[in-house]
Design a protein around this ligand. Sequence first.
Ligand code: ADP
Ligand code: MG
Length: 349
Amino acid sequence: MIEVKNLVKKYGSHVAVDHLSFSIEKGQIYGFLGPNGAGKSTTMNIMTGYHGATEGQVIINGHDILKEPEAAKKCIGYLPELPPLYTDMRVEEYLYFAAELKGIKKGKLEEEVEQVIKLAKLKDVEMRLIRNLSKGYRQRVGLAQAMLGFPEIIILDEPTVGLDPKQIIEIRELIRKLAKDHTVILSSHILAEVSEVCDTVLIISKGKLVASDSPKNLEKLMAGAESVEITTKASRSEVRDILAGVVGIRDIKTEQYKDGLTYAKIDVVEDMDIREEVFFAFAKAQKALLSMNNTRVSLEDVFLELTQSEKADEADYEDADYDDEVDIENDEDEAEYKDEEDDTDESNI
Ligand code: ADP
Ligand code: MG
């Protein structure tokens, strides 16, 4: 349905998107997950024909976004990071205007606008000026605009950013509803967001695709998914001896605590539960087992590991606040690249 091949986007010497390739199949919800500055918006802007790429290709339902932009764009509804709302217009008026721009036929205008107003639950505010609406309602107007014409693919860039928890739940519900008849691609720098609603997560870090799978498989990908942590009075070597007879262990890491206790992290073969055997093995050896916990690798761990190993690779990385950025909107950065846009990206505007 969408084929992205070897996409590269450079701003001057800065590589914002670095040889990105993936494909999107019909009927799923896809999530682009990555910290701020990872290249999510840039990728979406290229996929939707807003920006040109430095290299690579985007094919939408067989149409190259550069060679047949009209045919390709017809398949897509897009809600950019900053929705293009005309705030002096009333909601209904704006949606009629957007529908005309999208080339929806006169005879169908009213019906289509009515439909998206209903879907996005905008009936109560259809006569209000957009500028007087809350952020949550504005976002819904943006969503309604993206839905106009009922394109097969709906692309939403950080659809819940800046919304309060109640509004976030409402938008999520709307996205799930949309996904029944559309393929939805959304981006977020918040993990919970993506794992909550998406069938497939594409983790992007520094313009590169570092992983793509279902949230469940991504969790499995790391460390075989599960491990058991124990503390015991046995010594490190005794721990290894005792566990030698237990089936289903992939790896054991031990650590000696100051108080003479030993901590061990036992990585377990997929889908095995070894806790009972561990318990009896220690009992048989007459060594006290003081605690035992099953630990699952969370998607959060996967996300951090995947996006951080990129960071470690880069010797000249100096931004120590990087981790925090995952949750902060970096307005300063944004202001910076808006300026740069004028001189580096003119050809694509
Ligand atoms: P994300 O949406 O994942 O937060 P972006 O796609 O907005 O990331 O940005 C990716 C990188 O490209 C960032 O380092 C950003 O500073 C840079 N960038 C984005 N747009 C421009 C632009 N118009 N000019 C120069 N640099 C840009
Ligand atoms: Mg962005």
